[in-house]
Write a protein that binds this ligand. Structure first.
Ligand SMILES: C[S@@+](CC[C@H](N)C(=O)[O-])C[C@H]1O[C@@H](n2cnc3c(N)ncnc32)[C@H](O)[C@@H]1O
Length: 564
């Protein structure tokens, strides 16, 4: 019997990958000098984890990417694809199991693309994320991490990277390119040596290294990843695609790398209320003969169910997304959903006529029942959340992240702060309580409207917001004579625009606080700022998305005191 993604024959069910995992995908053979052949069964030692959660295996020095395996394991696998310097294999059996391996609690973990790491113990996940951050700082940022490993052992990785990829780690990329580049770099991170923390998780200082901040060698302190006490049911927002199978409606995350819905009424990273709501909507829509949207069949209907829950106030918003303005049986549908969802505050209908799965929501939204927004709070700041508002998905960890950003900003009440990439003003408003003046810039005009409304809601008058590109608006502010003491950046995965980094260097604030959801672009940008006269002092990884491979970091840089 073929093992499942948990690596254990038959212990959890495998429904076969509809749209499937990469391990099962046949890949065309490339001209190769590989010491393995296509379809060969090999024994691989797993030395790391890639950004998609797949294991990085070694067979006679050759790298194979294998899903469902963990560092430290020895596995047998079948080679399914070969490139010049690396390949892909499908797990057959785990021969030597990692002590961190767990039975994933989710019944559809094996097929679902929502989580990648449920088979890895939570403490080990946090250590792995810490290591991802350290590896990137050292390898891409060429930064000296105290307690992290030095750059030896990366030579091999560098060679692999060159042969794997067109993009270099240091290159500037858009989000999609960043994803591709990360895929190619996976082997690199994983090849780097062992853990650098002691049993308590504290950063260990290696012989010959100095403690942080000493005159001889100020290195970067990378703190242990801040994890959750209870890393389940943490998402306050889910967008569940709806489909049709054998006459019934199905809903769940997509399978990895596909648009095949993995139907499930239980998802351990969303709230129990969201579980109940998605099940209720599927049932009620089916009873009313409302079909799911099926693009290939040109069938109109329900596309997505979105559930947003305000953890602090308990308010709940439900959005039904369809492709057409007319929602069949709208009155009965509304009545039944409102009756079935205890605590519901708002029910919306959103129309997204665009084909393809690129965007979930369309521009037009109608209130079917209740208020047009729900309210939540982060720290002392209240936020109004509309159907379209962006809002952080893990509110518990957001408090930890913003708390650290506030600490790194070192505000006393007299500072001018710029918040680049400010979204709906969450960080800006958090900081405004302790600063003289905050300026926020964000590319999405609707988010800026939300930011202004949120400032008003909280009676905050020392925060000003402008819609536009950070790399264009901030230089204009400079022209206007705005001199920030602190600049906070929280860019998308592709990192900061080069022109913005140049402006930061020229403006030379005392401190830069960099919030990042992508350690490789963080490391690239830190190198630019270091070369421009800033010193990276410390980095705090925060686990915003337990059981996935994502890691957020907040980082403090200080000016070295020279002119920009
Ligand atoms: C990671 S989010 C951060 C949002 C916000 N700081 C928060 O914590 O909620 C990145 C934000 O940058 C915005 N963005 C992307 N490119 C931008 C640019 N060139 N200039 C300004 N904002 C941009 C996105 O719309 C998004 O809101």
């Amino acid at each position: 019997m073929a093992p499942n993604r948990n690596g254990r024959n038959g212990r959890t069910k495998r429904n076969g990958p509809p749209g499937g995992r990469r391990e099962g995908t046949e890949r065309p053979a490339a001209k190769t000098a590989a010491p393995v052949a296509l379809r060969e069964q090999v024994v691989a030692d797993i030395i790391g984890i890639g950004h998609g959660g797949e294991g990085v295996g070694r067979v006679n020095g050759f790298t194979l990417f294998i899903h469902g395996v963990l560092p430290g394991e020895r596995v047998s696998a079948e080679v399914t694809g070969l490139k010049k310097q690396y390949g892909f294999a499908r797990l057959l059996d785990v021969l030597e199991e990692s002590p961190d391996r767990l039975e994933p609690p989710c019944p559809v973990f094996d097929e679902c693309g929502g989580c990648q790491l449920q088979h890895l113990g939570y403490d080990a996940q946090l250590r792995m994320k810490w290591k991802m951050v350290v590896d990137n700082l050292e390898r891409i940022g060429k930064l000296r991490v105290i307690g992290g490993r030095n750059a030896e052992g990366t030579g091999n990785s560098g060679r692999l990277q060159d042969e794997m990829g067109e993009e270099q780690a240091g290159g500037r990329q858009d989000d999609e390119e960043t994803e591709r580049s990360e895929r190619r770099q996976d082997g690199l991170r994983a090849e780097q040596g062992g853990e650098q923390r002691d049993a308590e998780g504290a950063v260990r200082f290696e012989k010959g290294q100095d403690e942080p901040g000493t005159e001889q060698s100020p290195g970067i302190l990378v703190h242990p990843t801040i994890g959750m006490d209870d890393p389940w049911r943490y998402r306050n927002k889910v967008q569940v695609p709806i489909g049709e199978r054998e006459g019934g409606l199905v809903g769940g995350f997509y399978a990895t790398g596909s648009h095949t819905i993995v139907d499930s009424d239980l998802c351990l990273i969303r709230t129990e209320a969201a579980d109940d709501i998605v099940s209720a909507v599927k049932r009620i829509a089916h009873e009313l003969a409302i079909p799911a949207y099926e693009e290939e069949k040109r069938q109109s209907g329900l596309r997505h169910v979105i559930v947003k829950t305000a953890f602090r106030t308990g308010e709940i918003m439900v959005v039904l997304v369809t492709d057409q303005t007319k929602l069949p049986h709208v009155e009965q549908l509304t009545e039944r959903i409102v009756a079935a969802v205890p605590g519901i505050t708002s029910l919306f209908h959103n129309v997204n006529p665009l084909p393809g799965g690129g965007t979930v929501m369309g521009p037009h939204t109608l209130v079917l029942w209740g208020r047009d927004r729900i309210y939540d709070a982060i720290g002392d700041v209240r936020f109004a959340i509309s159907a379209h508002s962006f809002y952080q998905v893990n509110p518990v960890q957001t408090e930890a992240l913003y708390g650290k950003a506030l600490e790194y900003a070192g505000l006393t009440g007299s500072e001018t702060v710029i918040d680049a990439y400010c979204g709906v003003g969450t960080i800006s408003l958090f900081l405004a309580q302790r600063a003289k003046q905050v300026y926020g810039v964000e590319i999405v005009p609707e988010a800026i409207e939300d930011a202004r409304r949120n400032a008003e809601l909280n009676g905050i008058t020392n925060a000003e917001f402008e819609a536009g590109k950070a790399e264009e608006v901030i230089p204009a502010w400079r022209e206007r004579g705005i001199r920030p003491d602190v600049i906070v950046v929280d860019p998308p995965r592709s990192g900061c625009d080069a022109a913005l980094l140049d402006t930061i260097v020229a403006m030379r604030p005392e401190r830069v606080v960099y919030v990042s959801c992508n350690p490789s672009t963080l490391a690239r940008d830190l190198r630019v700022l270091e070369d421009g006269g800033f010193r990276t002092v410390e980095v705090q990884p925060v686990d915003m998305f337990p059981h996935t491979v994502h890691v957020e970091s907040v980082c403090l840089l200080v000016s070295d005191g020279t002119e920009g």
